[in-house]
Write a protein that binds this ligand. Structure first.
Ligand code: GLU
Length: 298
């Protein structure tokens, strides 16, 4: 049951491309769920990827959403302005002994997998399709670690998922679950178990920024007191990681409402590269918000 503050729901796009029909669906789904439940609606700009995010894309988000009739609270939280929050969370995980520096390049990872005898083709992948981290640099001796740091090699931070999950379960007094009020990709709903080992040792801070998607989302949803996370089913498994981080960092668990993804006529998922489905283009072609709603079945 929502408390007296009511529901807080957010739409959290990344300004690394123009919004397309899939975003329109997700934004309207979040906005209208908030409205229906008498809750608050927030927009959050997820711009930690400083190499790929651009100011014109961020402006495009504001323009497209306003055009669609979405209204959000100000000021908007922009993740790039809050790296200190994520650094604090990272430090806590490091102090708990659950994170380790990882110097590996992508090539080193694939080389290690090829050399393992299993081969890249048969190596397990995480829910995002990336090969599970083979553990390079995980248990290297202190002296070796110091040498790499002194050499100025750049490193990411990874969560030791096995240890992290065990610790989280201990802190939680049992296995972790989450409440799905929408539907997972296989129709999952209700109180669901998590399976974060499917991600292996995820990156919680990248080489170039002191956070990653998983850490920033978890910290922000708590700081912004989000009570219900609405997003596409592509991010359903990410919830497993977020729940582990929430418990370890002592953060409350929002409820989740995942929605099906919008697909084009051939059944393919829309992506940012599907330029013809860009809201900007459709708007320039003279379509109205009502046409967009029809196109996405709202
Ligand atoms: N920023 C993420 C994206 O653009 C969404 C984050 C979330 O809803 O958890 O896909």
């Amino acid at each position: 049951m929502p408390d007296e503050r009511g529901e807080v729901i957010r739409f959290a796009p990344s300004p690394n491309g123009w919004l397309h029909l899939g975003h329109a669906y997700s934004a309207l789904f979040a906005f209208e769920t908030a409205k229906r439940l008498g809750g608050r609606f927030l927009l959050r700009i997820e711009d930690i990827d400083i190499g790929r995010c651009r100011p014109e894309y961020e402006q495009g988000i504001y323009d497209d959403l306003a055009w669609l009739g979405v209204e959000w609270e100000r000021p908007v939280r922009r993740q790039s302005e809050h790296f200190a929050d994520y650094e604090r969370a990272l430090k806590r995980l490091r102090d708990m002994g659950l994170a380790y520096p990882c110097f590996a390049t992508r090539k080193e990872i694939t080389d290690a997998i090829e050399a393992s005898g299993v081969g890249l083709a048969r190596w397990p992948v995480d829910p995002d399709g990336a090969p599970l981290y083979p553990g390079l640099y995980k248990d290297i001796p202190r002296a070796e670690l110091n040498r790499l740091m002194w050499e100025g090699r750049t490193y990411a931070w990874r969560l030791d998922m096995e240890k992290a999950l065990a610790r989280a379960e201990e802190m939680n007094g049992g296995p972790l679950t989450f409440e799905e009020t929408g539907e997972g990709p296989r129709g999952e709903k209700g109180l669901l178990p998590i399976d974060p080992m499917r991600f292996g040792d995820v990156v919680i801070a990248r080489k170039d920024v002191p956070t990653s998607y998983h850490l920033a989302v978890t910290v922000d949803d708590a700081i912004q007191q989000v009570t219900m996370v609405t997003r596409g089913q592509d991010l359903f498994p990410a919830t497993y990681v977020h729940r582990v981080l929430q418990v370890l960092l002592g953060l409350p668990a929002p409820r989740y409402r995942h929605h099906a993804l919008i697909r084009d006529e051939s059944g393919r998922r829309l992506s940012k590269s599907a330029k013809d489905m860009g809201l900007r283009e459709l708007r320039a072609q003279g379509l109205a918000p009502a046409d967009i709603r029809r196109m996405i079945g709202l």
